[in-house]
Design a protein around this ligand. Structure first.
Ligand SMILES: Cc1ncc(COP(=O)(O)O)c(C=O)c1O
Length: 392
């Protein structure tokens, strides 16, 4: 595991690095790509070996998920996060957003509201809209540099009978909060009381940085578990988004049955043999790799923090509690949304996801993917410092 090593990703049509993507979204094909939420690191050697072995077998026919796949998943969550997942609650699914979309369908009707805690992962809004539901915003509050849930507003939104579902991002993309047990308990109480179904997207669960700890939402209480579903995936954790599927945990028997039937009706229950192999090996042997990755990411976060402070740059880092995505506050620069986008892409030559993509509340911010060799991050920071100097 050499996270400092630069690997050319242009051999394949990589979204993040593609000139077309950079031109389309940033008007600069040469901007340093830091927008798409995947990593510029090789997957753990164990995953690569396991995929090679699967390829060598030569037959890739119809298969079930092997018993060992489920055991690997259960042991990962038990050992790493203290969560005992019941085997019968597991429903595999092609992707997290696929599961989110099905769950929205099953727990609301067209025209109903789905609560989003903005600024939040922009695809949630798209999935809500493409299902002809309406976004009901429960904006996060930024208090002393830390994002918090506005529980009064959440209660108000949950009380409205039109709002049937909350999509919880735990930990939160893009603001990097690892929600505490107490915060999750409060969400669970409000949602249970007003019959709002909780879809807990926990794809970033493995990224909690010490001393923060990821609390799986379904472990909060039996009540919470019966009124929700968790969407899990090792896609981000091991940088294997293009090679894996996802896992849905649905403790309520009726809800699970409905989900299962839906997957059957739309024939989305086929097994990808490479996804099974990648996931199983990552969960069995990927722990050391992940530990090393988290240390490297913390080093990158420290680099940003120290760089901004020592160069006295008017940009604030919202301290990430667990993520390879950092949320930067550019409001002190006094640029409007369009000016900021131009400043970042043209002057600083870096492609960051503009904050407004994550909801109006994100205006003046931008998200930076920091899972890249430190040398690339340093180059991006130098560019930024230079551009800020010119600005003043
Ligand atoms: C919070 C969150 N959920 C889901 C996804 C995408 O998951 P999938 O590719 O499995 O649909 C992402 C990717 O950035 C994400 O950040």
């Amino acid at each position: 595991m050499n996270f400092d090593k630069y690997i050319d990703r242009n051999e394949y049509p990589t979204m993040k690095w593609s000139k077309d993507f950079l031109t389309e979204h940033f008007g600069n094909a040469d901007a340093i790509p830091m927008s798409v939420a995947d990593m510029d690191f090789k997957a753990p050697a164990t995953v690569i070996e396991s995929l090679k072995k699967r390829v060598e077998h030569g037959i890739y026919g119809y298969e079930g998920k092997p018993e060992s796949y489920f055991t690997a998943l259960e042991e990962w969550y038990q050992n790493r996060h203290g969560w005992r997942i019941a085997r019968e609650h597991i429903e595999p699914c092609p992707s997290i957003l696929n599961a989110v979309s099905i769950l929205i369908n099953q727990h609301s009707e067209e025209g109903d509201g789905v609560i989003l805690q903005s600024p939040v992962f922009f695809e949630f809004r798209m999935v809500v809209k493409s299902n002809d539901r309406v976004v009901a915003k429960n904006p996060l509050k930024l208090v002393d540099g830390k994002y918090q849930i506005d529980f009064d507003d959440l209660e108000a939104k949950a009380t409205d009978p039109k709002n049937k579902v909350l999509i919880l991002c735990n930990p939160h993309n893009p603001v990097g909060r690892v929600w505490t047990k107490a915060e999750l308990e409060e969400i669970a109480e409000i949602c249970k009381c007003h019959n709002v179904f909780v879809i807990a997207d926990e794809i970033h669960g493995d990224f909690a940085l010490p001393p923060y700890r990821y609390t799986p939402y379904l472990t909060i209480s039996e009540n919470a578990a019966q009124n929700s579903a968790a969407c899990l995936s090792p896609a981000k954790t091991f940088n294997i988004a293009g090679a894996v599927d996802a896992i849905t945990i649905i403790p309520n028997e009726t809800h699970r049955h409905n989900f299962h039937n839906f997957a059957h009706r739309y024939q989305i229950n086929k097994v990808n043999v490479f996804a099974s192999a990648a996931i199983e090996s990552a969960y069995i042997e990927g722990g050391d790799w992940l530990d090393a990755l988290l240390v490297y990411l913390q080093g990158n976060i420290d680099l940003i923090q120290n760089f901004l402070e020592s160069n006295d740059i008017d940009i604030s880092l919202i301290k990430p509690e667990g993520s390879f995505l950092v949320w930067l506050d550019f409001r002190e620069l006094g640029l409007d949304v369009k000016e900021l986008q131009k400043f970042l892409a043209q002057e600083a030559q870096i492609a960051l996801s503009p904050g407004y993509w994550f909801g109006r509340e994100g205006a003046g911010f931008a998200r930076m993917t920091i899972a890249c060799p430190r040398e690339i991050l340093q180059r991006a920071l130098d560019n930024l410092a230079e551009a800020v100097k010119k600005l003043s």
